[in-house]
Design a protein around this ligand. Structure first.
Ligand SMILES: Cc1ncc(COP(=O)(O)O)c(C=O)c1O
Length: 385
């Protein structure tokens, strides 16, 4: 069942979706099914499952649950990583076409897009996704049938907020496909397919799975043709997920709503305190009333998420903060129960427009006071060193 048929709130859907049929004595949870091939003696009708690279019962409950959450009429497609789902979506840009992408997209997406653009022969145009007029100009500048607009909002790592309804409808009006990376917000905070996005991609690794113990991705669409193309990409390139990882992701999904609630509350408090910290030069969190993305986020999202960013004066200070924390873990990635901190420019591939002293926080579900005391002490120590 997809959520188009479900009348339940997302908080209920994360708990109830993808459960096995009920009968006396049946399992409450789907089993982990480990089989690479499935019995089929007929010449054409093999049933739902044929071979583990095409689809497998270990994926189905999670794919159905994700479709319900993202309001997709077709089952989700789980991939071996977020980047594998992104690579499949990039294959939708035809040779000679144009991909319009936010200049502050996830760095891996930008790198993959650059590489695929060269190999497949399409143009990659990066834009400031916050500036709607600039994006619309870029949409006017391309041949619609061969263009794709990529949206990330909030963006990774700058936490900029795009005018999502305006951009999706501008693309639709021109017949341009939209791919939306919904990793940061999750379907609990926004459902881009409802606004007319053609494809949603996820790094399931992050909030959906939620425990920093699996690497997985997913793609969702309402469009039968796009679904087939994405499914074929997965089957033919083989970027598939293991049934155990998908089972773990479904287990993690059960608590998405309570994790998000707590993490968002922690993020709001930490952002508020950072914004008045004497040694912090800038704080970015869409939930702050003074944040440039606040109004848009308040209008188009049902929460502000749990990613926060802030700047200290120098790269050295930022590194010292990340080295001094004890409750926070200095590590890349995001969306797990544990709070992570990372100086993004330590990655050589990060955009130069990301400031040197910029630290990205993935706020977890620990006690807010422990998180704040640890971070505050580390910032003060780094400043006076
Ligand atoms: C917004 C976003 N999209 C996609 C990805 C890639 O996902 P994965 O690491 O699961 O391949 C990431 C990873 O950090 C991300 O932050």
């Amino acid at each position: 069942m997809t959520s188009r048929e479900s009348s339940h709130a997302p908080e209920t859907v994360v708990v109830e979706a993808g459960r096995p049929q009920r009968s006396n004595g049946s399992s409450v949870n789907p089993p982990i099914e480990l089989s690479s091939t499935f019995v089929g003696s007929g010449e054409t009708d093999h049933g739902d499952y044929v071979y583990g690279r095409f689809s497998t019962p270990g994926w189905t409950p999670f794919e159905e649950a994700l479709a319900e959450l993202e309001h997709a009429a077709l089952p989700g497609l789980v991939f071996g990583s977020g980047l594998a789902a992104i690579a499949a979506a990039l294959s939708l840009v035809p040779r000679g076409g144009t991909l319009i992408m936010p200049r502050h997209s996830y760095q891996g997406s930008l790198e993959a897009a650059g590489e695929v653009a060269q190999r497949s022969g399409f143009r990659l145009a990066t834009v400031d996704i916050v500036d709607t007029a600039v994006v619309v100009d870029a949409l006017d500048d391309v041949e619609a049938v061969s263009a794709v607009l990529w949206i990330e909002s909030p963006t990774n790592p700058m936490l900029e907020v795009a005018d999502v309804p305006a951009l999706i409808s501008a693309a639709r009006d021109r017949g341009i496909l939209t791919v939306f990376d919904n990793t940061f917000a999750t379907p609990l905070l926004q459902t881009p397919l409802d606004l007319g996005a053609d494809v949603v991609v996820h790094s399931v690794t992050k909030y959906l799975a939620g425990h920093s113990d699996v690497v997985l991705g997913a793609a969702l669409t309402n469009n039968e043709e796009l679904h087939k193309r994405l499914h074929d990409e997965r089957s033919l390139r083989g970027a598939i997920a293991g049934p155990f990882e998908v089972w773990l992701a479904l287990r993690g999904l059960r608590t998405l709503s309570v994790r998000m609630e707590r993490a968002q509350a922690n993020a709001a408090l930490i952002a508020e305190r950072l914004s008045s910290h004497p040694n912090v030069t800038e704080t970015r969190y869409p939930g702050l009333s003074e944040d440039p993305g606040h109004e848009r986020a308040a209008a188009q999202m049902s929460g502000f998420g749990a990613m926060v960013a802030f700047c200290v004066e120098t790269a050295q200070q930022a590194t010292a903060v990340a080295e001094a924390v004890r409750v926070w873990t200095p590590a890349t990635s995001l969306g797990g129960v544990e709070s992570l901190i990372e100086r993004r420019r330590r990655n050589a591939s990060e955009a130069e427009s990301v400031p040197d002293g910029f630290l990205r926080l993935s706020v977890g579900i620990e006690h807010a006071d422990d998180l704040w005391n640890d971070l505050d002490a580390a910032i003060r120590a780094a400043h006076s060193a």
